[in-house]
Design a protein around this ligand. Sequence first.
Ligand code: SF4
Ligand code: SF4
Ligand code: SF4
Length: 165
Amino acid sequence: MVDRSRRQLFTRRSQPSLPRLPWLKNEAEFTDICSRCERCIKACETNILVKGDGGFPQVDFSQGEGECTFCYQCADVCPEPLFLAQTEQPWATTATINEGCMASNNIECRSCGDMCEPQAIQFQLQVGKVAMPTVSSDDCNGCGACVSGCPVSAITMTRVDASTQ
Ligand code: SF4
Ligand code: SF4
Ligand code: SF4
């Protein structure tokens, strides 16, 4: 059962690239330190962690329940000094909707908005067209629930650079 109350709100701006895991201290040094023990993969309560390139763990929102609940289990079970404290921001990432969106093609769909607990996806009414979704990066916590909820895979997660705020 997903406890949506554990989600948090963050503020950031966009930059392309995918998050690997929440609460990483230093993503650039991750593959030097991670022993590929797979404890985090086994501990993930929503089963969204997979073996990625080189066997290193990686979030994949198309797997399991398709969203991060910010339960901190992946960090808790890790024997290496890879993770920040739970009180820190888990990651700087936000949902991005691309041109494949059905609403962009004037077909009614609000699935992503229905999936979004923080209500970061709002639909703007347009004259003579279906309502279009927009993501507020201020409200999006990067949970990924909308990614698996989109019937045409039109949503990706995007790195946000907190230093540019
Ligand atoms: S915080 Fe929890 S749900 Fe999110 S990746 Fe880690 S173990 Fe999985
Ligand atoms: S769920 Fe996908 S297709 Fe539907 S409105 Fe959202 S982004 Fe568009
Ligand atoms: S927009 Fe998507 S990733 Fe962001 S909070 Fe809503 S459901 Fe989660």
